[in-house]
Ligand binder design. Structure first.
Ligand code: ADP
Ligand code: MG
Length: 279
């Protein structure tokens, strides 16, 4: 396996409190890797460290064996694209112009016909070419999500980071987006790191799954090795059945594991990072 993206002893904190602890991980060229874990476990934080929106406290991140910190912004943007977790985003532009923004990091960028062709190509790939002239702010949340994926694909990088790319999409579009990512991976050796809540989507479309809890990797490997009844219990606090269908594990959540009786009403799940008191 050729290593494309490598994390070595990565640590990060927004304040003096450490959020990501000593994370080490190798991701192969042309692999789709999903990061799963309860809310607040550090998935988005990790992705932002890789896109250098956040600066790690310790450790290193390498792409093609090169230290990320040695790249300038433009070079980084030619190597890594990032689809943020959906939030209200205002672009006073047409869909076409938003996607064209993805071409900016490329050498000799002039917004010329080559760049425009590339934009049409990804719009067609995602089946949203009919939206090209629509104002970004007037299309649905799901359509916006596809446009932001198109922008990242237009950026034409070897590594694409996606933070919950299917969270706003109906089931047809979820499968559509994951199939597109997978086919690009096969065609262009695209390496994708995807933070995703849907464990069944992760299982079905990933070469490997990384399970996080409270800023640590607790399991990493083939989907069926990671998405086990035991891990779902200890990391998510749920009781679940796992069924293999065509070599893919399917998770059927049955119940949450009751929290220990304590004083008062405990609403928060102690398995989740959010339940840790601040400080
Ligand atoms: P996930 O994406 O897995 O839900 P996040 O990476 O968003 O988790 O959050 C990990 C932890 O970092 C949480 O405890 C969260 O409260 C904290 N956190 C996230 N963003 C910030 C921020 N901007 N400032 C301080 N703490 C943050
Ligand atoms: Mg997140």
């Amino acid at each position: 396996m050729i290593i494309k993206l490598s994390l070595k002893n990565l640590s990060f904190g927004y304040t003096s409190t450490e959020i990501l602890h000593n994370m080490t991980l190798d991701i192969g060229d042309g692999q789709i890797v999903s990061i799963v874990g309860p809310n607040g476990s550090g998935k988005s934080t990790l992705i932002k460290c890789i896109d250098r929106i956040l600066t790690p406290k310790a450790g290193s991140i390498l792409i093609n064996r090169r230290e990320l910190t040695t790249m300038d912004r433009m070079e980084l943007a030619r190597n890594v694209s990032y689809v943020p977790q959906n939030s209200v985003r205002v672009f006073p532009n047409s869909v076409f112009e938003v996607v064209l923004m993805g071409r900016r990091p490329h050498l000799g960028w002039r917004g010329d016909s080559f760049d425009e062709e590339k934009v049409w190509e990804v719009l067609q790939l995602l089946g949203i070419e009919n939206l090209a002239l629509s104002p970004f702010n007037q299309i649905s949340g799901g359509q916006q999500q596809k446009v932001l994926i198109a922008r990242a694909l237009a950026q034409d990088t070897g590594v694409i980071l996606l933070d919950e790319p299917t969270s706003n999409l109906d089931i047809w579009h979820q499968i559509d987006v994951m199939e597109i990512i997978r086919s690009l991976m096969h065609k262009q050796d695209l390496t994708a790191l995807i933070a995703i809540h849907d464990l069944n989507m992760a299982a079905r479309y990933s070469d490997a799954v990384v399970m996080m809890k409270r800023g640590r990797i607790v399991a990493a490997g083939k989907p069926d090795m990671v998405l086990t009844t035991e891990n779902l219990s200890s990391v998510y606090g749920i009781q679940a059945n796992v069924r293999m269908i065509n070599d893919v594990p399917y998770i059927i959540p049955l119940a949450r594991i009751p929290v220990k009786p304590g004083i008062g009403i405990q609403r928060k799940n102690p398995h989740h990072a959010d339940a840790i008191p601040p400080g």
